[in-house]
Ligand binder design. Structure first.
Ligand code: ADE
Length: 238
């Protein structure tokens, strides 16, 4: 029997979700906590789409509401990212996400270790938040079929727009990251806590270095739409 539960799609900025929302058939919307959830079908597939706003807290709140209200079978985060060793215009599908700014090293923990409650008396320590392999492979293969640069790798998330080549190098060294952005690792954490599969797809808008303040505004629209377009093309296979 066909699975009627929707695929959830989250992007931080208007430009990351608008082309998807405009393609919905039978669109209905509902506002919760100031976030607008647009449901409908995309290429015949039931979806719910929301713009969460930038950063980890916005993204986590949006993800949790989406899960409780719409019971999505998969949540996909689409948008742009700073490249770590990959070029502007390339696509990165996350194999996992880390939160590069979660830092309790002063207490003896490894950088990026997260603490997830598992009931009243148990905490799980986790560094790499898993992404759904099947969904990531579908997105990667679709990207490879259309574009030159497509990669699978670690996406590093933090509440910071990275525009510094030393920090960029550090992200690669510490986490093996291929892209840096501000929501994926938080969406992946909320999904992980709820047992919902997730995928993170990012097109590279800048190189997370000194040129980023110029490159990001120059390339954000084109690259955000590239990621959204790829998702639309792949949605029937997800
Ligand atoms: N999103 C796009 N570019 C980024 C960067 N350089 N840092 C963080 N998030 C981003």
């Amino acid at each position: 029997m066909e699975n009627k539960s929707p695929i959830g799609i989250i992007g931080a900025m208007e430009v990351e979700v608008n082309s998807i929302i405009s393609r919905l058939s039978g669109e209905q919307s509902e506002s919760i906590a100031g976030l607008v959830f647009h449901s409908g079908t995309l290429e015949g597939v039931p979806v719910v789409v929301a713009q969460c706003g930038p950063g980890k807290v916005n993204a986590a709140v949006c993800t949790q509401i989406m899960i409780l209200k719409y019971s999505p079978r998969l949540i996909i985060n689409t948008g742009v990212a700073g490249g770590v060793g990959v070029k502007i215009g390339d696509l990165v599908a996350a194999e996992s996400c880390v939160q590069h700014d979660f830092d309790t090293r002063a207490l003896g923990d490894k950088l990026g270790t997260l603490f997830i409650r598992r009931g009243d008396s148990e905490t799980e320590n986790i560094l790499e938040l898993p992404c759904d392999r099947t969904a990531a492979k579908v997105l990667l293969e679709e990207a490879k079929a259309i574009y030159g640069g497509a990669h699978m790798g670690v996406v590093a998330t933090g509440d910071e727009f990275v525009a510094d080549k030393e920090k960029n190098r550090w992200l690669g060294e510490q986490f093996g990251a291929k892209a840096v952005e501000m929501e994926g690792g938080s969406i992946a954490q909320a999904c992980y806590m709820n047992g919902v599969p997730c995928a993170v797809l990012r097109a590279i808008s800048d190189s997370a270095n000194d040129d980023s303040p110029v490159d990001f505004p120059a390339f954000v629209r084109e690259t955000a739409e590239k990621s959204a377009e790829l998702l639309i093309r792949a949605v029937q296979k997800l």
